[in-house]
Structure formats: C-alpha cells, structure tokens
Design a binder for this molecule. Structure first.
Ligand SMILES: Cc1ncc(COP(=O)(O)O)c(C=O)c1O
Length: 397
C-alpha cells in the first residue's frame, strides 16, 4: 500500500490565505443572479497606461527580450528605476548594484526571509498586515512576533513595547507605510527613530513602500532612505501594481545598499530566472509616463475615496479620511465579530469586504474596503453594508 507524502511542520504553520475562498463564493452568488460588488482585494479595475501596453506588445515581439532575463534583467529598466528614485526621492541609487528587479514585490518580500531568518530568529510582523510577511517568515522557519496595529499607537509599531529579549533575537522588522490595511501613514520622526533602533540592534528593516504613490491632499510619502543611516540596515520594496493599475503584470523592485541587495539577488538566482524582459520594457514605459499618468489616476482614486468615506458615514459607520492607499479601515461598532459581519454582507447583500480578523487577531473589530470600483458602486456597497449593520446591531443589542 502506498503511503502519502506529508508536508513538514513548517508548512502546517501557514494559515489559510484570506482571499482564497472568495472567487468560488462569488461565482456561486453570480450564478444565483446576485449583483456582486467586490471591494475585497486591492486590485483596481482601472486601466494601465496605454503606452505601457504598447511597449509590452512591441517588446514581446522582440526575440532578444524573449530570452531569460536572469538576475540582471533589462539594464534600461534598472536605469529607469534609478532615474525615478532620483526624481521622486532625490536619492542616488546605483542601477546595477543597488536594485533588484522582482516578479512583483510580494515575490521579493517573501523570498528575502530565506536569507535572514532561521529557527530561533524572530520577525516582527504588523498584525493586521500584508500576508507575505508572515508567509515568508514561516516558510523560512522563522518565528513571527506579531505586534497588533491598533488606534492606540496610531497603527504604528512601538519598538519600546517589544521586550529586549525579543529584540535581541529579531532578524527582520517589517514596516509598511502608507499601510495596508489600516491606511495609516508614518510620521517622519517615527521613521527616523525606527532606523536608529534597527541600526543599534542589527535588525534588517524591510520597508514595504507599495503605496508610496497613492497619496492624497498634498501628502507625499517618503522613502526609508531619506532617513540617516537607513542604507546600513534597510531594504525598500516598490511595485508598479498599485501606482499604474498593473497588479497582474507582476513587476516590482527592491532597493538596498549592495551588502543587502546582493543577498536577495543570490536567493533569487536559485528560485527564478528573472522577470520577463518584455514586462521590464513595459516597466520602463510606466516609469517614464509618471508625470503624465499619475495625476489623473490619483484623481480617480480620490473620487473613490471621497465617495467611500461619505457613503460609509451616511450608512452608520465611523471612518477617518485616509491620506493614502486604496483602503478604508472601518471600525465595527459594539462587539460585532468582523468575520460574521463580512459573511452576512456577502451572503445577504453580495458585497465582498475583508474582515479584520482575516489579517490576524490584531485586526479584529474592523473591516477593510478597497477602492477598486466606481464611486457609485462603492456608494451602493455602503448602503448594503448599512443594512447589514442595522440588522446585526439590532440582533447584538
Ligand atoms: C502592503 C503590500 N505590499 C506588497 C504588495 C504586493 O504587491 P505586488 O503586486 O508588487 O506583489 C501588496 C499587494 O496587495 C501590498 O498590499
């Protein structure tokens, strides 16, 4: 009799991925004729820049760009990234030594842990937070130390609250501001302090800047490298996904000083053979279209944000106006469990939202919506959510 191969304990520590069950459920509802509004994943319905699509088409028909990219990839993409980092953050980055092209930033974030964690080494992980942090840490056999992001600390990780013994064993601190899912932003003096602490403690600061270009009302998110000493300890992740409505294209990059960038490059040498170079050519077009494309795109997201804040408030929810990201992180009144609320909202009203608990226990008491459809549809979703809130409020009360 055959015996079944069993995954090891490390695999069994992985929680279920929160979005995994949604597509099937959506199909079932749509088949029943329900008008589903999906505000779950941070995956906008807006179009990528036209010039980017043209650049991809042309590059895909170029035989030299159909070959392996390897770690180096398309030098023009590295140069376009360096030019953009200079323009946007006034930072001088060596295109060959200090940039790692990535197949989406998630890929790099999770693979990096393989080099900086092992059994007994901790990763400080914001909870709620993007799933690649704990996924990468667990797959690397590291030990997650979950820090609950709550209004109490303005959704910031206060390292003074982490025990010294924990800090001594910490290999990685994951930070993400502007933040998914809470939409919080980090004050500059906070970031300067965190860099200083990471330098004292020898902790790798993984700064996830996926939302650096989705900001409103004059707020300009910084790069972590604007803070003194960051080059010693930090690696920063960027992505075309949210900035240019290019989630499916899988195109991002990391920036770090050579002693850190080379580590990620080496890990990737053994797990992939480089990003499709035609996508990197399209990435060049995206970065070069920054000035022409971004203002209109931000205006579209701002209209969605404003519609969302106004409609959810009218529907009975308390929510702040976020200065950045494509999310609202909405507190649930009373003791309504977020998973139950999200389930009822989907089953009774056909609206997909992310329950806070899907991001871990630290997210309980909230739910997240994404600005991934039109202002009118977001407003319709808010009305439906208001009906569920009223009925559950009545039940709970
Ligand atoms: C905080 C954060 N970081 C990284 C990513 C991953 O982006 P990419 O599409 O570049 O893998 C996301 C995507 O939702 C995100 O929310």
């Amino acid at each position: 009799m055959a015996s079944t191969p069993q995954p090891v304990g490390r695999f069994r520590t992985l929680p279920d991925y929160p979005l995994a069950a949604i597509p099937q459920k959506k199909r079932e509802l749509a088949a029943r004729g329900v008008d589903v509004i999906d505000l779950g994943a941070g995956d906008s319905d807006l179009a990528a820049p036209v010039g980017v699509v043209e650049a991809l088409t042309k590059a895909a028909a170029t035989p030299a760009l159909n070959r392996y990219g390897f770690g180096l990839g398309l030098v023009a993409f590295r140069e376009a990234i360096a030019a953009w980092m200079l323009k946007r953050f006034a930072l001088r980055i060596d295109p060959l030594q200090e940039i790692v092209p990535l197949i989406g930033s998630k890929e790099g974030i999770s693979h990096l842990a393989l080099a900086y964690l092992e059994p007994g080494r901790l990763a400080i992980i914001p909870e709620p937070g993007y799933n690649a942090y704990q996924g990468g840490a667990l797959l690397a056999s590291g030990e997650p130390y979950r820090y609950a992001l709550r209004p109490r600390t303005n959704f910031l990780i206060d390292l003074d609250e982490v025990p010294d013994e924990t800090l001594r064993r910490t290999g990685i601190l994951y930070l993400n501001y502007p933040n998914n899912p809470t939409a919080a932003i980090a004050p500059r003096d906070y970031l300067a302090r965190v860099v200083e602490r990471c330098r004292e403690l020898g902790i790798l600061l993984v700064y996830d800047n996926a939302y650096s270009e989705l900001a409103f009302d004059g707020y300009v998110p910084p790069s972590i490298f604007e803070f003194e000493g960051a080059r010693d300890v930090a690696i920063e992740f960027h992505s075309l996904s949210k900035t240019y409505n290019m989630t499916g294209w899988r195109c991002g990059w990391a920036v770090a000083a050579p002693h850190i960038a080379s580590v990620l490059t080496k890990v990737k040498t053994f797990v992939d053979t480089g990003q499709f170079m035609a996508v990197q050519a399209a990435g060049v077009a995206a970065l070069e279209s920054y000035d022409a494309f971004i203002p209109g795109n931000i205006a579209a997201f701002k209209a969605r944000r404003d519609a969302a804040v106004s409609a959810f408030r009218t529907a009975g929810f308390a929510c702040d106006t976020p200065k950045a990201t494509m999310y609202l992180w909405i507190p649930l009144p009373g003791e309504i469990p977020s998973a139950l609320f999200a389930e009822r909202l989907l089953d009774d009203e056909g609206v997909v939202v992310m329950p806070g608990s899907a991001f871990g226990a630290g997210g309980e008491g909230f739910f997240r919506i994404s600005f991934v459809t039109s202002p009118a549809r977001i407003a319709e979703a808010a009305q439906r959510a208001g009906r569920v809130l009223a009925s559950m409020g009545a039940e709970v009360g």
